[in-house]
Design a binder for this molecule. Structure first.
Ligand code: HEM
Length: 412
């Protein structure tokens, strides 16, 4: 994933450049919440909003604060029409179009529907973990052994990618999310990414054509056959955009939730792992705290649909606004001891999955995947320690986590 998000949010504010700051942006957030809670950054040409109440107010009011990037006064239509596909998906559409598009798939992500597939998801995670433990002895790299392959495989299965094509599918995903190393932010790397993007899009175009003719019991068939309120169906481009959205929105985010959870639990130390082992409710509560404390998505964009006042500042129509979920989730006005990781904190009203109309569609799936992954890990290991004191942050301007997370443990 490139360091700019698809809405054109360019990298980080200057204050966050550099590895250390993006691993621990929380002191900076605190400073901004107190001294500059709503500010305009001329370098990036956007507003930043840091306090919980303000973030929530913005997410509650999608008539004033739109998700439609085309309303931004600096919006440039991408040259390549394929790149614009994502802008026509639910994530970047306001109601009523948003609700139509979300309605095509939302029942597939409800907890009750997911429960039917849960035993199989558990098998997938357990196979990955058994392999990692068998091969790694007392060491594991949480991201590549578990946190990355598990959600990719789950979404591939949900969509209906046949088992014998999953390796190809995973290769494309690997290339798409792979970060260029510092000395390889090169043309060749970008070309490889574009090539993977094209091959994957072509693959989905073929699958879409196939499912139109021969619908099956999978998400892709649902996407291509669903009728909208005017009796129409999604166009080929809209169906393709939906597939890409589900992949992009669901994989790297869940990877980071799982890895961030291992990191938080290991850092908390004490007997936390022992307490959570076998305590499903306790684990669910602790994962909510991970979503608050090290939110996998730290920032999102909105566009002012009209002139609006916020904390005495005038935001003009067409201005871009970055809402910092990661900062809202550390706001001491909302949470006691906000900078402490408290695994039994409940209820939290954390904003890690957003809020309002665009509240994460995949939240029940992400919660289930994280619970399965962590349960599997806790069942097999003891005394988990992070075995790297030089962690590298995920290279993305809105997803937060680490590139890799080596751990050491005692086998149970
Ligand atoms: C929306 C976070 C996993 C699909 C969102 C939003 C956030 C978010 C913050 C709101 C975006 C906005 O308001 O602009 C996360 C996190 C995840 C996760 C932290 C994992 C821990 C998933 C998964 C899927 C998914 C597994 C699906 C496979 C979506 C979709 C939207 C969305 C489709 C757009 C919803 C809409 O516009 O109505 N997610 N997400 N996400 N997420 Fe997730």
């Amino acid at each position: 994933m490139s360091s700019a998000n698809p809405q054109g949010l360019q990298a980080f504010p200057d204050e966050l450049e550099g590895r250390e700051s993006w691993l621990e942006p929380f002191d900076w957030y605190r400073e901004m919440r107190e001294e500059n809670p709503v500010r305009y950054d001329a370098d990036r040409g956007s507003w930043d909003v840091f306090r919980y109440d303000d973030v929530k107010r913005i997410l509650d009011d999608d008539a004033t604060f739109s998700v439609n990037p085309r309303l931004a006064n600096d919006f440039v239509e991408p040259d390549n029409p394929g790149e614009g596909l994502i802008f026509d998906t639910m994530l970047f559409q306001d109601p009523p179009r948003h609700d139509e598009l979300r309605g095509v798939v939302d029942d597939q992500f409800r907890p009750r529907t997911l429960r039917e597939r849960e035993p199989h998801f558990r098998e997938l995670a357990h196979d990955l973990l058994d392999t990692a433990v068998a091969e790694g002895g007392d060491e594991m790299e949480v991201v590549s052994d578990l946190a990355y392959p598990f959600p990719v495989t789950v979404i591939a299965e949900l969509l209906g990618v046949p088992a014998d094509e999953r390796d190809r599918f995973k290769e494309w995903s690997d290339t798409l999310v792979a970060a260029a190393s510092d000395d390889d932010a090169s043309e060749a790397f970008l070309e490889r990414q574009q090539q993977a993007q094209m091959e994957m899009a072509q693959y989905f175009v073929e699958m879409i054509a196939d499912r139109r003719e021969n619908p099956r019991d999978d998400l892709l068939s649902r996407i291509v056959t669903a009728e909208l309120s005017d009796g129409s169906r999604l166009s080929r481009e809209e169906a393709l955009g939906m597939c890409i959205l589900l992949l992009v929105a669901g994989n790297i985010t869940t990877t980071n939730l799982i890895a961030n959870a291992v990191r938080c639990f290991a850092d908390a130390g004490g007997d936390l792992f022992d307490r959570l082992r076998g305590d499903e409710r306790g684990l669910t509560t602790a994962l909510e705290e991970v979503l608050r404390y090290r939110s996998p998505v730290q920032a999102m964009t909105r566009i002012a649909a009209e002139d609006v006042e916020l904390r005495g500042e005038t935001i003009e129509e067409g201005d871009r606004i970055i809402v910092w979920l990661g900062s809202a989730n550390r706001d001491g006005r909302q949470f006691d001891a906000a900078d402490e990781f408290r695994p039994d904190r409940s209820p939290t009203q954390q904003l890690g999955f957003g809020h309002g109309t665009h509240y994460c569609l995949g939240a029940p799936l992400a919660r289930l995947e994280a619970e399965i992954a962590l349960t599997g890990l806790l069942d097999r290991t003891e005394e988990i320690r992070v075995a790297d004191d030089d962690l590298r942050p995920t290279r993305s301007s809105f997803v937060y986590g680490v590139e890799s997370l080596p751990i050491r443990y005692d086998e149970r």
